[in-house]
Every structure is written in C-alpha cells, then in structure tokens.
Design a protein around this ligand. Structure first.
Ligand SMILES: [Fe+2]
Length: 210
C-alpha cells in the first residue's frame, strides 16, 4: 500500500499550475494521497477553488485535513466545500476507510492546535483563557496514542524535525512541503506489518516553491 502525502502547500492564485504536473502522475507511484493542512495560504474561497482545480488532476483517492492558514480568512467551510467538490474527503475529528487493491486503509484526521507535546506542554489550569486554549489541544492531542495507529503524518512545522515518535512508540513523519522540498513523499506500508513502512520520493521529484 503506497501512501503519498504532503502538507503546507500554501496554495494561492499565483501558484496555479505548479503542482498539477506532479499530481497528475501521482497514481503511477501511489494508491492514495493525503493532504496535511495549510493547503491554502490565507484560506480564501478563491485560493481554495484554485487548489481544487489543481487537485482535479489526481487520479487516486484524496483525503485532507485543513490547517490554521485554511481558517485565516474565516471561511473554512468554503475551503472544505471547494475540496469536496472535486472529490476530496476532508476530515476534522473524523475518520474514513478506503479499500485499496483488496486491502483496507483507515485514516483519522484533525487540524491540530497549539499547546506543546507530552513533557513540554501547557495545562488546563488557572485562568479561563488558558483552560479554554488547552481543552482544544487536549481533545486532539491524546487521540493518537489512545487509539493507536501504524503511522502518523503531519505538516505545519516548516523547519521542524522530519521524524519523530509518540510516547507510545507510533512513528511520526513531517511532510511540510518547505521541509521535504518535493511535491509529496511516499510511504509504502507492508500489509502484514504496516508499522514497518518504507519512505521514498517520487521518481520525478521537483521542488515546487522551494
Ligand atoms: Fe504551513
């Protein structure tokens, strides 16, 4: 099972056409495409429509989460709708399953939020503003280790670490496009031991926007 993934595309009207050539051939090296937030630069409906036109070239199932940039214009519903119009499944605290070549892939997704990580995080203690902030974080951050997964993929950290691991041992990979400097990364999962995955780059790797 081959999973292509990228985050932090920060698509805008003036980047129209830069990704379509890469994405139109994605089916040759991947079975599914995951979009990991900050898909638009400012979250305007026009940017979302421009990205949707680009995604229309993808010939495998596409599953996305939004990022904080996709909320900036106050229209996350419009971003979500534009993506759904071209067949993208958008998850926010939701999950979906895909049947790919006789195998089932389960995907859970959420936007995420600030607040830190276990051992170096804020706490819902003290002022009401702090409690409200951390409640949002805690609702999303505990799900991964509580429920389990074979692989966690995220964006947002443009200059962060590319590899990590959760306290309970789940592998974490950062696919922010400014970090990976290619139109997507590929993770090949062994159906018998999916947590033992292999990472590779697309054959015709470009570096859009890098
Ligand atoms: Fe970003």
């Amino acid at each position: 099972m081959r999973i292509a993934a990228v985050g932090d595309i920060h698509f805008a009207e003036d980047t129209r056409g830069t990704l379509r050539p890469h994405w139109s051939a994605l089916h040759e090296c991947a079975d599914v495409f995951l979009l990991c937030g900050d898909l638009t630069n400012l979250g305007t409906p026009a940017q979302a429509r421009a990205l949707a036109e680009e995604l229309d070239a993808v010939r495998v199932p596409v599953v996305a989460v939004l990022g904080n940039h996709d909320y900036h214009a106050g229209s996350p519903e419009a971003v979500r709708a534009a993506l759904q119009d071209v067949g993208v499944t958008v998850l926010e605290g939701e999950h979906t399953t895909l049947e790919l070549d006789g195998r089932t892939l389960g995907i859970a997704g959420c936007k995420g939020f600030g607040g830190g990580f276990a051992g170096a995080c804020g706490h819902a203690f003290g002022e009401p503003e702090m409690k409200e902030f951390m409640y949002v974080t805690e609702r999303a951050a505990g799900a991964l280790d509580n429920a389990g997964a074979d692989l966690a993929i995220h964006g947002h950290e443009h200059s962060g670490a590319q590899k990590g691991i959760t306290p309970r041992g789940i592998s974490v990979r950062n696919v922010a496009m400014p970090l990976i400097r290619r139109p997507f990364a590929i993770f090949t999962l062994d159906s018998a031991r999916p947590a033992q995955f292999r990472e590779s780059a697309p054959a015709a790797a470009g570096a859009p926007g890098a």
